[in-house]
Design a protein around this ligand. Sequence first.
Ligand code: IMP
Length: 180
Amino acid sequence: MNITKRVSKPRVLISEQDLQRRVTELAKEIDSDYADTTRLVAIGVLKGSVFFMVDLLKQVHVPVQVDFFQTSSYGEGTSPGEVRIRKDIDLSIRGADVLLIEDIVDTGFTLRTILDLLRFRGARSVKLCALLDKVSRRQVEVPIDYRGFEIDDHFVIGYGLDLADYYRNLPYIGIYEGDT
Ligand code: IMP
């Protein structure tokens, strides 16, 4: 399968400039909300959150530890609601303020599972920062504390979001219009 040949240039949904502007706004909010934290741990969900997380955390100035989860990804034969943790975090989060960072909230199953797990492990607080919110697709409720953009129900790629691991390195969010 050669996906790269199917779509030469995806339609831009959110430009690089708009992404960077919003990332800066979110970082400012996070900095001010966590000004008095005694321990902040930012946890990204691999692999989609990486591009967003790097840009965001470079603009956060409160001391922050960084860790990652990896869950079973979209379209790999999992049934809805069944989320597998493939890579667990390495840090203990007991007593810490946890900021979970995700690329997109779709049905909400992935984040619901991770949020429950983080609370179970004794985090002092758990907040969610998601770049994109496909709100019309939601099946389980997930409170988003820091939301980049609400988007319609498109299959989007770029800025970390992939199709078969391609397109993550696009600097903008595009709409994939080929077959998925
Ligand atoms: P959820 O558990 O249904 O909320 O799915 C979240 C995960 O599905 C995200 O972290 C993405 O990996 C993937 N996903 C959902 N929508 C898209 C999309 O439009 N493009 C690429 N990946 C997506």
